[in-house]
Every structure is written in structure tokens, then in C-alpha cells.
Ligand binder design. Structure first.
Ligand code: FAD
Length: 307
């Protein structure tokens, strides 16, 4: 068995692997796609000490750093279930294989919920964005829309209103669903327009970047169009934890509940990054929490009888 078995190879899993391996203990990482979400972005400008890099370059550097420590990387394998078996925790892969760890760190990340309209995939990273903290500054002085009137959509619209020329917030229901205090703040901003009962039907572009969006007014059925430079989709971040339901404590949003050391509700099982209840899903936060979970797992190993 591994001393520390990590499930997920994004920034959280990679940081956990480096921290565990530096303790001289047997460390393995199993990942569907080593690198994680950063593989899907081009510009990363908020990882401290690296003013600017590209996602695939950042992911390759994660892998190289982990490999320097002789960590076993089992890539392109998906974990299907987790179970306690005596002194060990077992991770069952969809290939049928079983990996065992004296401790396990879950770092399976999350994915943005998509609107699933024509143009969304074509213009992803070309005007279609999901993270205001990451991509907001790219739209300075431009016109953008935010799709989604829940807390994250309204927060994004308030955040972007301070950076861009104009924000149109588009909500499917007939009222915003965000907290009243956020709605009051939003309504006080001069460069924000709110459109409710609006179903986005298409994101338009000129072949290389976003130029607008069409929506159906659900009250009149009229099809309307907005001219835009960017569209932020804010209809939810879904943790990759479906496979853990019923095994350990998840929040009502499906996030893995952890304590200050990354410990989950299951003995010897830790978690870090976007798949957990920790707020603000960012690379630097996931990496920091990955390090923390590895130190938590090491602490567990030296105090328990499994080592
Ligand atoms: P992830 O990066 O999601 O990694 C999860 C890992 O788990 C992957 O290896 C995945 O394959 C694996 N996995 C999932 N399920 C399973 C399973 N069942 N079995 C095995 N493996 C599994 N953040 C910033 O700080 N700055 C930015 O500029 C920025 N830009 C972004 C742009 C885009 C387009 C996106 C999508 C995100 C961006 N983010 C940015 C957010 C950032 O990428 C995430 O916060 C970060 O990657 C989370 O790291 P993580 O390790 O927790 O999870």
C-alpha cells in the first residue's frame, strides 16, 4: 500500500504529492487527467511569483515537480468508489483495479456548470469565461454579460462592474435569487443592467471572439440580442464528488466537508482544493490546501497504528 494515496492530479493533488514525498513516505497519485482544470485555460496571471503563464505550461510544471520526487503517477484512471478495509483505505478504479493507502487525500476538483447553448464551446476562452477573479481584468473597459442571478452571478456582476464598461446580468427566473444585501449593492451600480425571465439561446462570435448573445424573453417569447465582448457563465460550480456520495460527509452542494487540517469525516481520509467546502476556488488556494492535507495525513500516520 501507499502511505499517502492521492486521488486527483490538479494543483491540490500535485502540492499534496510534493509535500508527502518530501517526508520520505510512499506516495502515489491517481488522476483522470493530470494537470486538472488549468489545462483548460491559457492565461494565468494570479499565481504569486509567476506574473504570467499558460495553463498547459503550468500543468507540465506541476507534473515535472511531482516526478522529481519519485511519486507514482497513475494517469488516465478514474476512481469509482472509496472504502475502508481494515487498516487501509481502498480506492476502486473504473478499470477494476484497486489501490490501497494507509491514508488517502481526495483532490478531485470541480467543473463549471455550462449553459449548453451554441457558441459556448466555440468561444470558450475567447470571450466566454467562468471565473471573474481569473479573467475579469481581460475585459477592462468592455461590455460583458453575466449569466446567472444567484449569489455567484450577482457577486461576479458587482466585481466586474468595477473593471468593465458595462455589465448586463441575465437571470432565467423572474427574480434574482441572490442574498438581499448583494441585490441592493447591485442595484446601486450605474453601469449594470438586470434582465430577468431571460433564457440565453446562443452566444455569437465573429469566428475568433465573442460579439454578443441572444436570449428569449420568457414573458413575450421575443428573441432579443445584445452586443458584447464577453460572457461570464455563473450558474454553479459542481464538485467532482458524485462517486463519494454516501461514503463521507458532503455539504448540500456536494463539497467534501473538512476540518482545519483537511481531515474528512472518514478516518485517515483527507481532502483539498475545489472539491471541498473551502471557499474561493483558485489555484493558489488549492495548492496551499493540498500542502496542508499532506501534512495532516503525515500527522495522522505518525500518530496512528497503521504506519
Ligand atoms: P482540479 O484542477 O479540478 O483537478 C482535479 C483533478 O482530479 C484532475 O486531475 C482530474 O482529472 C481528477 N479527477 C476528478 N475526478 C476524478 C476521479 N473520479 N478519479 C480520478 N481523478 C479524478 N484559478 C486561478 O487561480 N487563476 C486562473 O487564472 C484560473 N483560470 C481558470 C480558467 C478556467 C477555464 C478554469 C476552468 C479554471 C480556472 N481557475 C483559475 C480555477 C483553477 O483552475 C482551480 O481552482 C484549480 O485547478 C483547482 O485545483 P484542484 O486541484 O482542486 O482541482
Amino acid at each position: 500500500p501507499y502511505d499517502v494515496l492521492i486521488v486527483g492530479g490538479g494543483p491540490a493533488g500535485a502540492a499534496a504529492a510534493v509535500y508527502a514525498a518530501r517526508k520520505g513516505i510512499r506516495t502515489g497519485v491517481v488522476a483522470e487527467r493530470f494537470g486538472g482544470q488549468v489545462l483548460d485555460t491559457m492565461a494565468i496571471e494570479n499565481y504569486i511569483s509567476i506574473p504570467e503563464t499558460e495553463g498547459p505550461k503550468f500543468a507540465a510544471a506541476l507534473e515535472q515537480h511531482v516526478k522529481e520526487y519519485g511519486v507514482d503517477i497513475v494517469n488516465l484512471q478514474s476512481a469509482e468508489s472509496l472504502r475502508a478495509n481494515g487498516r487501509y483505505t481502498e480506492v476502486v478504479l473504473s478499470s477494476g483495479g484497486v489501490l490501497r493507502g494507509k491514508s488517502v487525500i481526495l483532490s478531485t476538483g470541480a467543473r463549471w456548470r455550462e449553459v449548453n447553448v451554441p457558441g459556448e464551446q466555440q468561444y470558450r476562452n475567447k470571450g466566454v469565461a467562468y471565473c471573474p477573479h481569473c479573467d475579469g481584468p481581460l475585459f477592462k473597459g468592455k461590455d460583458v454579460a453575466v449569466i446567472g442571478g444567484g449569489n455567484s452571478g450577482v457577486e461576479a456582476a458587482i466585481d466586474l462592474a468595477g473593471l468593465v464598461k458595462h455589465v448586463t446580468l441575465i437571470e432565467f427566473a423572474d427574480a434574482l435569487r441572490a442574498d438581499a444585501v448583494l441585490q441592493r449593492k447591485l442595484l446601486s451600480l450605474e453601469n449594470v443592467t438586470i434582465i430577468t425571465s431571460a433564457q440565453t439561446t446562443e452566444i455569437h462570435g465573429d469566428g475568433s471572439k465573442v460579439t454578443g448573445l441572444s436570449y428569449k424573453d420568457r414573458k413575450s417569447d421575443a428573441l432579443l440580442r445584445l452586443d458584447l465582448d464577453g460572457v461570464f457563465v455563473q450558474i454553479g460550480l459542481v464538485p467532482n464528488t458524485e462517486w463519494l456520495k454516501g461514503t463521507l460527509a458532503l455539504s448540500r452542494h456536494g463539497e467534501i466537508e473538512i476540518d482545519a487540517k483537511g481531515q474528512t469525516s472518514m478516518a485517515g481520509v483527507f481532502a483539498a482544493g475545489d472539491c471541498t467546502t473551502v471557499p474561493y476556488k483558485q489555484i493558489i488556494i488549492s495548492a496551499g490546501d493540498g500542502a496542508k492535507a499532506a501534512l495532516g495525513a503525515f500527522d495522522y500516520l505518525i500518530r496512528s497504528s497503521v504506519s
